[in-house]
Ligand binder design. Structure first.
Ligand code: 6PG
Ligand code: NI
Length: 195
């Protein structure tokens, strides 16, 4: 059980925008292809990668700011460049468990897309580059895709109580998938959604 440090004074952390590392860092989580096995379209390639020893896709770092009143948190995510089959490296994607919780995403390095989709299927894919900031409203699932040649790094700002719900994205994905075609990133309908 992690110790919760309550601090009602200002707190400053330093971000390395090239790696997503920030000091101090409270918690680090890595996600490999095996953790995203159900997210990628090309299941045969997923099986091959996992049987050959797996592959790192992204690293998440969290810093919660606990106060006696309300608790915001910072997260950074560093998505390595690469693909699984034709599909670019991406985050799992999730809804917030609480339906009243928005989030701000700020891209500090790299290029790609932020996909957002409501439960009813209202879908948006926003092109992303260093400096792009997006406000994700409550009840929109969110996923970032790295379509560039460098590590994509973004900062997330959210409330500690927001929580994560992965089930619906695991079951159906987003409306479109983003793949490399003819050397370019293109959006195509998600085969799992067109049945
Ligand atoms: C959050 C943020 C963000 C996200 C990571 C990893 O709500 O905590 O959206 O920190 O969790 O970018 O993405 P997945 O949680 O979808 O793997
Ligand atoms: Ni989130």
């Amino acid at each position: 059980m992690k110790e919760v440090v309550i601090n009602d004074l200002p707190v400053t952390v330093q971000l390395d925008t090239t790696t997503g590392d920030f000091i101090p860092c409270a918690e680090k989580v890595v996600r490999n292809v095996s953790d995203l096995a159900r997210m990628f379209s090309d299941q045969e390639t997923v099986r091959q990668i996992v049987s050959l020893g797996d592959k790192l896709v992204y690293v998440i770092r969290y810093y919660p700011f606990f106060t006696s009143k309300s608790d915001m948190a910072l997260g950074t995510t560093a998505i390595l460049p690469g693909k699984v089959g034709d599909e670019y490296h991406m985050t799992k994607g999730h809804f917030h468990a609480r339906d009243d919780q928005p989030e701000i995403y700020y891209c500090v390095q790299g290029e790609g897309f932020l996909q957002m989709e409501s439960r009813a299927g209202d879908y948006h894919a926003v092109p992303w580059q260093a400096g792009t900031i997006t406000h994700i409203p409550p009840q929109y699932a969110h996923r970032v895709i790295n379509t560039g040649r460098t590590t994509l790094v973004f900062v997330a700002s959210f409330h500690v109580a927001a929580g994560h719900e992965y089930e619906l994205i695991e079951a159906r994905g987003f409306k479109n998938i983003i793949i490399e075609h003819g050397g370019k990133a293109v959006e195509v309908p998600n085969p799992r959604r067109s049945i």
